[in-house]
Structures are given as C-alpha cells and as structure tokens.
Design a protein around this ligand. Sequence first.
Ligand code: DSN
Length: 457
Amino acid sequence: MNLKQLTKIDPEIAKLIQEEAKRQHDVLEMIPSENYASSAVLEAVGSVLANKYSEGYPKKRYYQGNRYIDEIELLAIERAKKLFKVPHVNVQPYSGSPANAEIYLAVMKPGDVLMGLTLSFGGHLTHGSPVSMSGTIYKGIQYDFGKTGRIDFDELGKLAKKYKPKVIVASTTAYPRKLDFKEFGRVADSVGAYLLADISHIVGLVLAGCHPDPVPYAHIIMTTTHKTIRGPRGAMIMVTDKGLKKDPDLAKKIDRWVFPGLQGGPHDHVTAGIAVCLKEATRPSFKKCQEQTIRNCQVLAQELIKHDFNLVTGGTDNHLLLIDTHNKGINGRLLAEGIEEAGIVLNRNWVPNDEAPPFFPNGIRLGTPALSTRGMKEKEMKKVADWLNRAVAEMQTFPVDYQEWTAAAYGKNKDSEGRKKLDKKFHDCLHKSRKLKQIALEIKNLCRKFPVPGIDY
Ligand code: DSN
C-alpha cells in the first residue's frame, strides 16, 4: 500500500487507513457480502480516472476530454456482454440500491406491484420492503418460504396471480440455497411480469458455473460488483434477449433512467475497476476460488452442526450460512460483537419468523468468500468452526442475564436504560475475557499465512 503522499499531507487519515488495513489483515472477514478486491482493481480505482466528468454514454458525452474514458467504459461493457452472454449492459450504476431503483423506474409506474422476498427471510430492502422507497412508491408484495424452509413456488404463483406484479425479484441476501431461476421465470411469465434477477451475492458463483444461470429466464439482471466477483463498489444492469423480446425498448429505458433519470456523472475510476474484475473473472483461478468458496462453506456448515449451531435450512449450497441463535440463548447482536472480539467479523441478521426487531435479531450471517480469496481451505474451516464454538461457549459463561437483556431490548419489560446497563456489563466481560483474546491471537497467527491483496505485511 503506497501512502507516501497521504502520510505527508494528512497523517491522520493515512494512519486510519493503515489501521483499517491491519484490521482487515488480522481478522477472519466473514460478512458474506464482503470480499477483498484484487490489487489490480484497487490500482484502477485509486487512479486519476477519479478526476473526470463524463455524463452521458460512450461517444455521447456532455463533456469534452472523454476519449480514454469512452474506451474504458466500452471495454467494461464488451467484457460484461461476453462473460454473461447478454446483449445489453449498463456499467454506470453507483451501487445495487440505485441500480434497482433505476430498473423499477424504467418498467413501473408509481403504485404498480413489486414482488420480492421478505426481508426477514433473506430478502433486501430494495425488493419491496415497506421501509424502503421500493415499497413506498410501489406496492410491495412480499413472499417468503413455505414449510420446507425453501422458496415455495406454488405459493409464489398464487400470490402472483392474486396481485398481478409488474416486477418479480428473484434475489436473496441471506438465503443459503440455490435459486431456481427457471421456476421464477415460469411464475413471472404466467402473469406477464418482468423477472429481475438480482444476483449481487452469487454473481461469482454463477460465472464459475457453480450456481444456475438466470440469463435464459430473467428479463433484467442486476449485480453489484464488489461481492463474490471481487471488483470495486459499483453495479451493473444487464438486459437479456428475453428482456428485449418482451420490450425492444427495455435497454433504452433502463439507460435513460440511469442517466439522466437518477444519476449524474459516472464514477469512471469504478468503471475501470469493473472492467478489470470482469477480466479477472475469466481466469481459471477465479473459477477455482468460487468452487472453493462453496466447499469451504459446506465444511464450515458440517462442523458447526456438530457444535449444535442451528443452521437455517440445515446447511448451504452457496457462499453463506445463516445461524438461528435462539438455542444458544444469546441475541445475534451480542454474539456478533463477542465474536468480533475473538477476531471473526460477521453480521447480526434476522432469521425466518424472527420475533425480534432488526437491530436485535436472533441470528448471525457469515460466509466464506473473503477467506477463500485469501487461500483458506477445508482445514482452516474446521478451525473457524472450533473458534466460533469456543467464543460462543465463553460468552455463555459471562455473568450476564441474557433473558433479562432480551426482555429489556424488545420484550414485555422494554427498558432501553436497563438494556444499556446490561450491554455495559457484557462489554466489560468481553474486554476482560482471556479466552476471547487467546482465540483472537490464534486467528492472527493463522492470518499471517494467508495474504490479503493490496495489503503487504
Ligand atoms: N448489504 C448487502 C448485504 O450485506 O447483503 C446487500 O446489499
């Protein structure tokens, strides 16, 4: 990491970046939507391209001086078209949430019905949740799992018939199983809806052939570029042949809603990073890493089950696991904080039918993309499961009444002052725990053997 100038001009920021790099290096990053961008991507994103304005599209800009920017954007588009086998790509969306909004604006009118997976079942805010613009401007109808713990397509079909959605979103952020895009396509076609496949989480797995491909079934595909695909923070919207058949103007409508509809100048440094990650995704090592990501996750699942962790759907077919923490007797928020103290970074998460509010959910979500990028394999996953088990067991010995905490956080005796006192007691225990410190040290030692791109130690 070259921070020579920054250290001279702004040592405070330089120091914080260095500390963050050290943090990223010394812990197990297991938030399943995170990953380590390659050094090549980081160089592109940190380049002089950040200086440029280029509102418009290649060869049709509102500013001069875009000769090279045009070439960069065209390269990104061409690489994406070839890789995903789609006729149209827009690489300008700033991230996943604006990209989904741009798609909705292109194909729906306010008040139209948008169907997506319920947030607590692993959906996303932008898939019609009432707290997001997607469920406010549009009428969000949410589907969830059937009794099987999997998406129930008969139910989905009935809901679609009843509510006649304009768009059905096939996408998840906390669902550990494969998505059956063929079935989603069947339901969407049966009611004349657009099928939007938001593959942000699984894009790398799809490209590596480890997950069904939505291209034959969806009209529109959206993906962010910083998760399993390991690019910069951005997004792409793709229109398939099926989409153009449904509406020959679909690509134009989407482009128009990206710019000038919702965005201004594209982030050209990010576009270059996207082009780079698309090139890297064609390498055999990319495919191998995605395959290893799934194998790692499955080994981790098996080991965690041995330690009596309750996995939603009983396991995983992809890069993530969702753990229902009820049987451990400690809320997901506290567990996530305690596990971080031990050197494993994951996130608290709602689980299906969770009775708790989203800030205090009864679950934790974790995944293996970043560890697999570092080169960790099955042997290391067994250690991760053991560390998680030891960390949770240690928290169970703390003299904190977790039932009282739950009651104060969101139960009958809700009392935020009382909960804050219990939080403090819990944090005091965390900071004093020798066992958690010992785990963090063991993890740090392991991390030394597995380099992180862009961070040299
Ligand atoms: N926030 C992302 C995730 O963590 O899954 C989705 O956008």
